[in-house]
Design a protein around this ligand. Sequence first.
Ligand SMILES: *Cc1c(COP(=O)(O)O)cnc(C)c1O
Length: 452
Amino acid sequence: MSAIGDTDRRHLWHPFTQMADWDKADPLVITHGKGCELYDEHGNAYLDGSSSIWVNLHGHRKGAIDRAIKRQLGQVAHTTFLGLTNPPAALLAERLVRLAPPGLSRVFYSDNGSTAVEIALKMAFQYWRQRRVDPRPQKRRFMHFNHAYHGDTVGAVSVGGIDLFHATFRDLLFPSERVEFPYCYRCPFGKSYPACASACLEPVERALAEKGPEIAAFVVEPLVQGASGILTMPDGFLKSVRELCSRHDVLMIADEVATGFGRTGTLFACEQEGVAPDVMCLSKGITGGYLPLAATLATDEIYQAFLGRYEEFRTFFHGHSYTGNPLGCAAALANLDVFENEDVLARVQPRIRHLWRSLNDELGDHPHVGEIRGRGLMVGIELVADRDRRTPYPLEAQVGNRIGRKIRERGILIRPIGGVVVLMPPLAMTRPQLTRLVRGTRWAIDQVLAGA
Ligand SMILES: *Cc1c(COP(=O)(O)O)cnc(C)c1O
């Protein structure tokens, strides 16, 4: 084993990883990258099929972003945001507000998706307590969907809906209201689309009508629930949820941490249904996958409720050591420049079409593929032991994990979730690379399932 691999095994503890299994194989040590490829310490190349866990957009060592970070490094790496400001942070806020859905006019920075969500929850909570007209301090709970994922800090886990991740911490969490999510392939109402006529909206409406007076905000992953296996909303569902929130006086928090920055084919997923949330959480792709940065955007209505004389203590009491980090903000500005200068959103459309065509050609009739779903460059391939009965593979079989390991032999890196193979290529992945990704995926699925 390599020296780095050995050092890792002696000292490190990896996220979402059974470390007893980690110790069984040599760790893959990535030393550098270029474009959509990563290289290990022996010089082997791997296609980055997970965008380094959903963050990378334009490939690695993108010239424009590299240069922007170096330029900022020549000025200063970090200064506090308490009592000071800095050019990249101010300019980025202006750009984000211009690009975000209408009404979002204030930007609060943090470092990762989970903190962006924590901030959104605390903002919504405090807003209802102290707004000038008709304060509603009884609105102090949150609503969320089954299968939702909003991060791993305790507040974000409290509004999460993935029992496997969340059950252990139940006694630590604040209570929140869970609403059934329209996971169409396994419809919780036993209906099928589109004959169901969106029966899945009824429980949302009922929950909001019943609990609305106690609910501060509804936290939603717009269009796609990522971490639970790329579960997609039926068309029009998001827009209806927005309307129901407004009708029942509940704030809508759009968690665009995964879907933001072109992932679903538009800059933000909310745009596809003309939805303007009250609060929006951004991270992952915000720096093009370079540095940890997050932003929570809020409406002026929310912001105004925090203004007052000092001694009223309406201040939003929240902050982090690295809030408004200039290097991260410089990377994010360069990321937005790339979107503009290279017309990324237009140029990604034929790649998206190519990816979905390849998926259908290679895997559409596969006896162990139950469903291929997603939006844009977010793909979930749900594997089933029996296609007619939609029988999932047992978690212990670890089919996803095994496929993720097998596909490395073909020089590809992906990160499946349970029995769902997830493909999340950077927006910059070329058509030949996308073809290789899909063919490699089929090969690995066949190799692993032949023995399952
Ligand atoms: C990844 C993710 C988060 C958490 O972001 P971190 O940066 O990992 O803390 C929150 N919400 C969604 C939808 C995500 O996909």
